[in-house]
Write a protein that binds this ligand. Structure first.
Ligand code: FAD
Length: 404
């Protein structure tokens, strides 16, 4: 609490989905809180999922929903926005955060929303000028520029992000090799039939898929020449992009003595082990799980913001769909990991191969447990609501006649 003005000050570290939502939520509840939003990127906060599209076409920045905050809003709402400032140390006893500029920010409440970073299995290879991982707009800009002069790229990781990046490169006329450890594409979102169906849909001369392959290193010294595979093969490439998952940026909190596992451990109120310190988004770990999805960061940011503003809010359970929108098709997949786990689930399907449509529902104990839709996602929201409501096999057949 500021002794002179009596106002409460909340400092938010990380200006993206979770941090920006926390700020908006706080301001919506309380016009008097002093709010400082600090981010280490130099750019006005933006919608990160657009970055894979950006590497194909930077004009995506002109979309009306590319930015998620504006300087004007911050000025109007009296939110102090500090960009290009990295918090390098926290003192939870003195309640201060120290920035790379040397500035020290005192707080009454602190929200840590500093996200995650790409996991790179061969970190030294990142020193090579043509090896990349995409997390920030600056990363996407570097990939975009470099891709202009190359013929062949290797994308390590055949998950949603890797495939979206591959698609953007293909559209620029680059030949792309995707290397995936699993025997099939999107193993967490599709079953075997769905993966094969999708693979056939996206097959084209410029795209080669290397499934069930482990990489053993990146060939080259200053410049990567290719990706080495277990077994001795090398896939030639003029550039390499890693897309094999993320790790929470939890070291800042861990260094300050806040309880950290893989992410910063929080409860349903987004409280950490330190008093008046909250964490939310990719950096947070709730019930042993970190979720790296935009909507999760938004929801957690809302809860952290409300609690930091003095309200009492708890995160309820939520189910997040995985969505892919590239290669001229769309995929909407919900709870497929748990639906495929354990005893074989009862299935019902609707396949119109000529139309590029493959839809499957999975039931456990006769209740809808997961589903995916490829090519036609018109019923995605209705199915999602039905799954959340615990719809039975019999009721699905009535409500969704295409599956009977
Ligand atoms: C290319 C790409 C595509 C994606 N596509 C999708 C998608 O289609 N759907 C989906 O649901 N999710 C997608 N995601 C994931 C989604 O973007 C993240 O889950 C979401 O951005 C997490 O938000 P966050 O606010 O927790 O963290 P982040 O968005 O990671 O933001 C954290 C911010 O904090 C900054 N920061 C870190 N440390 C410090 C520090 N010490 N001081 C100051 N600032 C700091 C970081 O630089 C960053 O700006 C995608 C991610 C990427 C990279």
């Amino acid at each position: 609490m500021d002794a002179v003005t009596g106002s409460r000050r909340v400092v938010v570290i990380g200006a993206s989905a979770a941090g920006v939502t926390a700020v908006k939520e706080m301001r919506g509840k309380n016009g008097d809180i002093e709010i400082i939003l600090i981010g280490d990127e130099p750019h006005i906060p933006y919608y990160r999922p657009y970055l894979t599209e950006y590497i194909g076409d930077p004009a995506v920045v002109n979309k009306s929903n590319f930015h998620i905050l504006s300087r004007e809003w911050c000025d109007e709402q009296k939110v102090e926005l500090r960009l290009d400032e990295r918090i390098v140390a926290l003192d939870t006893a003195k309640k201060t955060a120290t920035g790379s500029s040397g500035a020290r920010y005192g707080y009454d409440a602190l929200i840590i929303a500093c996200g995650s970073s790409p996991f790179v299995p061969f970190p030294d290879s990142m020193k090579m000028k043509n090896v990349f991982a995409i997390r920030t707009m600056d990363d996407a800009e570097r990939v975009h520029r470099y891709a202009g002069g190359v013929k062949k790229a290797a994308v390590v990781g055949g998950g949603l992000l890797g495939l979206e990046a591959a698609f953007s490169l293909l559209r620029r006329g680059v030949r792309v090799s995707v290397i995936e450890l699993s025997e099939r594409l999107l193993p967490n979102q599709l079953d075997g039939e769905g993966s094969r169906f999708f693979q056939e849909r996206i097959s084209q001369r410029s795209l080669s898929l290397h499934l069930g392959k482990r990489i053993t290193g990146i060939e080259g010294s200053e410049t990567a020449r290719g990706v080495a595979l277990d077994g001795g093969d090398v896939i030639d490439a003029d550039m390499v992009i890693f897309s094999v998952g993320v790790r929470a940026n939890a070291a800042l909190a861990g260094g300050a003595g806040i309880r950290v596992n893989r992410g910063i451990i929080v409860n349903e109120r987004m409280e950490t082990s330190a008093s008046d310190v909250y964490a939310c988004g990719d950096v947070a770990e709730l019930n042993g799980r970190s979720v790296s999805l935009w909507m999760n960061a938004v929801r957690q940011g809302r809860i952290a913001g409300l609690n930091a503003a003095g309200e009492r809010a708890e995160l309820g359970r939520e189910i997040y769909p995985a969505v892919l929108n590239s290669f001229g098709t769309r995929i909407f997949s919900v709870e497929m990991c748990s639906a495929m786990e354990g005893a074989p689930a009862r299935e019902t399907r609707c396949v119109e191969a000529g139309q590029g449509v493959c839809k499957k529902l999975f039931f456990k104990n006769d209740v809808l447990a997961g589903f995916y839709l490829i090519g036609d996602i018109a019923e995605s929201q209705r199915l999602l609501s039905s799954l959340k409501a615990g719809i039975s096999y019999g009721d699905v057949r009535e409500a969704f006649p295409a599956f009977s």
